[in-house]
Design a protein around this ligand. Structure first.
Ligand SMILES: [Zn+2]
Length: 310
């Protein structure tokens, strides 16, 4: 996964936009209804099928009508957006429209929709996306815009700090993650992500989303590694930057039981931090059938046995 960093200034601007949306909706209780957000922003949602080339032609025609002005190479750009860059959704500023690929599995729609909504309210995105600007072609710049849209999606779907405040009151467990995913109507994966990263940033915690070592169809993905996402609380990021996701996946492979769904293992694992001190982590792994989710939280200093010379 390309990991663009979101700058502090950009975060503030995006949070302000999300604040405005939530305020205009009367600070709703979870779950946030995206139909309300789209209605507020006058955004239209439409589905397309990337496996149906006739649709691209049809879409090009409709965009031209909606935009009421000429957009050079619109057909070409739409086609390349749909095929080459393997987009699963995009936002078309010219027609205030979000397009979502019907091939994308349903549980991912909500996140993608919120991501596209963020593009639409982030002032500088309008100039870059599907525009003539050559920046669109720069992958580093694209990664930053994508990271910004994902940041905004998280802020929106988890109602700014509301989720973290609620997550603090419940134990770090898969049962809590499932309960909160249901309450906010967000996917298990996105809830897991927020839970590990933000629940207690001062406590070293990591999360790994990976394939199941004994059932490679669980968590199967296109990436080069068995793990797909590596999530860290800020304390883990600073104190354990010497720990790699490959090390952690090796530990997962070592502990994993053959259970295909539900709890896969629970173990105490020792990790050494950047200055060489050893700490125990409580590590738990859970399979959703689609992904293997593993988290670890630092619990206690590890009492190392001292070799006494005879
Ligand atoms: Zn995007």
């Amino acid at each position: 996964m390309l990991n663009g960093e979101v700058g502090e200034h950009e975060k503030r601007v995006i949070r302000k936009q999300v604040d405005r949306i939530l305020r205009d909706l009367g600070n709703p209780e979870p779950p946030l209804r995206l139909t309300d957000v789209r209605a507020l922003l006058h955004l239209d949602l439409q589905y397309y099928s990337s496996s149906n080339p006739a649709l691209v032609k049809e879409l090009t025609h409709r965009f031209r009508l909606l935009a009421r002005k000429s957009i050079p190479d619109l057909g070409k750009r739409l086609l390349s957006a749909l095929t080459k860059s393997k987009l699963c959704a995009f936002w078309v500023p010219e027609s205030s429209r979000i397009l979502l690929d019907t091939e994308v599995p349903k549980p991912k729609h909500r996140w993608i929709e919120a991501h596209e909504i963020t593009h639409s309210v982030t002032p500088w995105h309008r100039h870059f996306l599907l525009g003539d600007n050559h920046h669109t072609l720069d992958p580093a710049c694209h990664a930053i815009l994508e990271a910004e849209a994902n940041y905004g999606a998280g802020r929106l779907l988890f109602l700014q700090d509301r989720f973290v405040e609620e997550a603090r009151d419940v134990p770090l467990s898969f049962a809590s993650i499932k309960t909160l995913a249901k309450r906010y109507e967000n996917s298990i994966v996105s809830t897991f992500w927020r839970f590990v990263e933000d629940r207690a940033s001062e406590l070293p915690a990591f999360g790994i989303i990976s394939i199941h070592p004994h059932h490679p169809d669980v968590g199967h993905h296109d990436g080069p590694h068995p793990w797909r996402y590596y999530i860290r609380s800020s304390a883990f990021r600073t104190r354990y930057h010497t720990v790699s996701p490959d090390d952690l996946y090796q530990a997962i492979a070592q502990y994993a039981s053959h259970r295909k769904t539900g709890p896969v293992f629970s173990a105490t694992h020792v990790l050494r931090n950047a200055v060489g001190d050893a700490f125990e982590f409580q590590v738990e792994s859970f399979s959703t059938k689609h992904d293997l989710l593993t988290f670890g939280v630092q619990t206690a200093p590890f009492a190392e046995s001292i070799a006494v010379p005879r």
